[in-house]
Design a protein around this ligand. Sequence first.
Ligand code: SF4
Length: 479
Amino acid sequence: MDFQLQDYDPINGLKPSENCAVVGICGKDPVFLKIYTSLRTLQHRGQEASGVAIYDNGKINAIKVDGLVHEGFKPYIEKGLTPKGIVGIGHNRYSTAGMKNITGAGPFLISTAMGDMAISHNGEITNYEILRDELKELGVPFVTKTDTEVMLNLLARTIRQRGIKNGIKSSMEILQGAYSVALMIGERMYAIRDPKGFRPLILGKSGNDIIVASESAAIDVVGGKVIRDVQPGEVIEIFNGEITTLFTLRSQRISHCMFEYVYFARPDSIIDGTEVYNSRYQLGTNLAREAPAEADVVIPVPDSGRTQALSYASELKMEYSEGLFKNRYSERTFIMPGNMERDGAVKLKLNPIKSVVNGKRIVLVDDSIVRGTTMKRIVSLLRSFGAREIHVRIASPKIVAPCYFGVDMKTRDQFIALNKTDQQICDEVGADSLAYLSIEGLIKSIGMDKKSLCIGCLTGEYPVKILGEKEDVQTTLEF
Ligand code: SF4
């Protein structure tokens, strides 16, 4: 996957979108190290900054650090300066350009008449600009341009007016878009998921600890067991070892992001009852059925195309080989903001293995193509190492439209697939043939009802009203 579009929109300025990780743990012993471990497990969801907020002695204290979790928190751990409280939340953030510092990192913290409040958020609030203007009119000051700060201030206001349960409900009736949230109000913790369930949020338990996390893998690594997914629209209170559903706001249309299964989430995570690895395996199988290629060997783009390439080869009884060596110490291109860093990272990242590639007809499998620059570079690299033919197979459909729900794909003009045929894309990346999985194949592979998935970036029709975009009313998706 060659991902990451532009972070800065010259017309609209900085975008609030983040691909983030959320963790919250409520226990009987200090929780810092468990939150830290969970955040390390979820590092793939954001590498630019991290934060932990812990309740202790009537106050919530936050530590925010730049960079990778283990590097940022190392000095605090080595010097024994970590907070000692037994309730806390954490956040990994993918930052936007111009905000590559911890100013915009979570958790966000404010002091209110009800005590300290802190929030970690994964997603994107589509009406946050309107809400920020309204709150500003009411005298609420803002220190960042993030939607998370807007959400926290809105929650603080409605909770002060209507109490915790009705206040959260009032805010949820106003907020639009995607939000999976861990919220602390003093020592009480809340797990909140938007009514369409765009981003994952999982509830688990480990001994005396109750955990919420963006992915089940973060619960596994602290020795916990998954209890269940937080349901779309559900608000759960976690306090004194008790888990209580306060209410569930129902939506007629659930919209789990298909991209979690295609690329984002760890393959060992189970999200909304579906194992990510299994979905990826099926994506490769269905791609093989839809778009077989005559070749000598199937090679994945590591790591994003690995599972799909394996099942592609298995389905067609072809040889599978790791023909590209990946430098495991290079950053994921998607996660690195800014063109310079991205280009540098691609060069550092991959090198072909000559004996696998030289003189061979290759099927090159990846999970998706957004801009196409990485794919172009890989095709050219393989040719320079003697590949005879290169047949590109993409285990998801064409991405042709922006995401408004927390994935930083914002401008149509950078999608390689926009208004192009497969042949035109093939020519652009320099391959001998190229094919994508169909939308039907994608839905079948994930194994969910089509009415439970968001596929807005594939169709340009969205499950939430977006100004200037078509709304998905499920009339064009009758497979
Ligand atoms: S538009 Fe695409 S990336 Fe965004 S939530 Fe929907 S499926 Fe996911």
